[in-house]
Design a protein around this ligand. Structure first.
Ligand SMILES: Nc1nc2c(ncn2[C@@H]2O[C@H](COP(=O)(O)OP(=O)(O)OP(=O)(O)O)[C@@H](O)[C@H]2O)c(=O)[nH]1
Length: 518
């Protein structure tokens, strides 16, 4: 039963642990899946933004190339200037996102602009794009860092191109200034949640602008970010990071443009993005917890029930043991003589029959000895009945000690008469046992003033037989009768002696009487 309890406990723990592990695995797996799905969606969005930005820059590049063609070699007469200014205004409207288109001379002074801003004090010689074109003979476009427009005060970044003279020398630059505001407005139309962000940076890791916009973030150098490491090997990727700008943990998706030196990044707040997953996971975990609790309670009940049953079984077992013990005690009591502790008459009768049948089967001898305490009436009269009882017990003790084999049975035959059944013992062997007993009694020397021997003596009658196949009860009666007759002779011949039964003879009923098999 203890094994049953151990098994039930093991099963319970196993089920609970398996459920808990499966739940943990399921929650972790669904989190990974949620992140994967978010990353896919974010990568799609970042690609769309990258395409949009590339489109805007490409448009600016077309305008710049067109203007360069038209401007190179122009004499910049007042009529020519007016024509080019109108052209600049048209192109600005075409571009839509452009704040202004400006042509600079070799000193960085504004030659012409799409807007009618004051001409003085608007030198761009210190601007990165101008320095780049002055020093680099390439006529490729250059995307400059985000700056504050000196004309409008707006945050802009420039897409510019070098102008060459007829000899290929530096003749100034033409620049499109793209308003950050336009991009922020476009980005703002996309819902990335409360903690979402979008940004455009140079491929060197310098921030052009970021939504949500903060002036202090403009030009932020994040070139040491692991994102840039990833983008050196592939043109897009995702990661989970904590923002150095606001310390919020986000899921990032980023993409390096394949043709332009630009990086687009979008990010969603991790906690916000995983809120749905967390809600589902908490609900699921709560349900499993309830299930575990139910299993735990049922399991505990089960174990308690097994324990209770085990206890009851144990009690039943011990009750059965006690009953068996009581039965055994009763059996002993039922077969024992209360005064002497020897077998009683009932037990003697049963044993004699059993032993005769056994001797019949085996063809072995069987001896019976009847013993009678001599002049016991006188003993009682002289010493009293209680002393008589004690004397009987003492004689029985001596007799018991003379019984050596387990099969020997000493019994109280009745009154002061004792009997001994000696299975598998012939007359000779039985005589030895009888003499041993008589000697032991003599040595015990129980005083009996009323006896001519001055001590308690016993007369013994012995009969032996090898049982025939006839009725065992009749043979038992005959054996007792023979032993009794021998006992009578012992009494008649002076007491304190052993007499053996006569040779076998057939009695009137036809059965064999006791004989001297030895
Ligand atoms: N104290 C005591 N006496 C018993 C018990 N059973 C029988 N007696 C007595 O034993 C005596 C037997 O006496 P008798 O049958 O006359 O024989 P006896 O005096 O032994 O004389 P013999 O047998 O001829 O030697 C009787 O007085 C019984 O009362 C017993 O359990 N206790």
């Amino acid at each position: 039963m203890k094994r049953g309890i151990r098994l039930a406990s093991f099963l319970l723990v196993f089920i609970c642990l398996s459920l808990a592990l499966l739940t943990a695995w399921q929650i972790w797996f669904s989190r990974e899946r949620a992140i994967r799905e978010l990353n896919v969606a974010n990568l799609n969005l970042v690609q769309a933004l990258d395409n949009y930005t590339e489109g805007v820059i490409r448009q600016s590049e077309l305008v710049l190339n067109d203007l360069s063609e038209r401007v190179q070699g122009a004499d910049f007469s007042p009529q020519e200037q007016e024509r080019i200014r109108r052209l600049l205004q048209q192109q600005t409207q075409v571009l839509g996102l452009a704040n202004a288109i400006v042509i600079y001379d070799t000193q960085g002074d504004r030659l012409l602009a799409s807007s009618s801003a004051p001409q003085s004090g608007l030198n761009a010689a210190d601007r990165a794009f101008f320095i780049h074109h002055r020093d680099d003979p390439s006529t490729d476009i250059f995307i400059g860092p985000t700056i504050k427009s000196r004309i409008t005060g707006d945050w802009v970044f420039t897409v510019s191109r070098r102008l060459n003279d007829a000899d290929g020398g530096f003749a100034g630059a033409v620049a499109v200034t793209l308003g950050v505001e336009h991009f922020l407005h476009f980005y703002g139309g996309l819902d990335l949640g409360e903690h979402g962000s979008m940004s455009l940076s140079s491929s060197a890791g310098l921030l052009l602008f970021r939504q949500p916009f903060r002036e202090q973030d403009v030009g932020l150098d994040w070139s040491d970010s692991p994102v840039l490491q990833i983008l050196r090997e592939k043109h897009e990727g995702t990661s989970i990071q904590t923002s150095r700008i606001d310390g919020i943990e986000r899921l990032y998706a980023f993409r390096r443009n394949e043709r332009l030196p630009l990086i687009t990044v979008i990010a969603v707040g991790r906690a916000e993005a995983l809120a749905a997953w967390r809600r589902d996971a908490e609900l699921f975990a709560a349900l499993i917890l309830l299930l575990l609790l139910a299993i735990g309670v049922i399991g505990q009940r089960l174990i308690l029930d097994i324990r209770r049953r085990s206890r009851m079984e144990q009690q039943l077992l011990s009750a059965r043991e006690e009953l068996l013990d009581a039965n055994a005690r009763l059996e002993v009591l039922a077969s024992q003589d209360a005064l002497t502790g020897l077998a009683n008459r009932r037990s003697f009768d049963q044993t004699l029959e059993v032993e005769i049948r056994r001797a019949q089967r085996r063809g072995s001898p069987l001896s019976l000895m009847l013993l009678d305490i001599d002049l016991f009436k006188r003993y009682n009269d002289r010493y009293g009945h209680v002393a008589g009882d004690a004397c009987l017990r003492a004689v029985a003790d001596v007799l018991r000690q003379c019984m050596r084999r387990p099969g020997d049975l000493a019994a109280r035959y009745g009154g002061e008469e004792l009997a001994v059944i000696l299975p598998n013992v012939d007359s000779e062997g039985a005589q030895t046992v009888a003499r041993t007993f008589l000697q032991a009694l003599e040595q015990r020397h129980l005083a009996h003033q009323g006896s001519p021997f001055q001590r308690v003596t016993v007369s013994a009658g012995l009969a032996s037989l090898i049982p025939s196949a006839e009725d065992s009860s009749a043979q038992a009666v005959a054996l007792i009768r023979s032993a009794d007759q021998a006992l009578y002779r012992a009494k008649s011949n002076g007491r304190n002696r052993l007499e053996c039964a006569e040779a076998p003879r057939r009695d009137a009923s036809g059965g064999d009487s006791a004989s001297h098999p030895g």
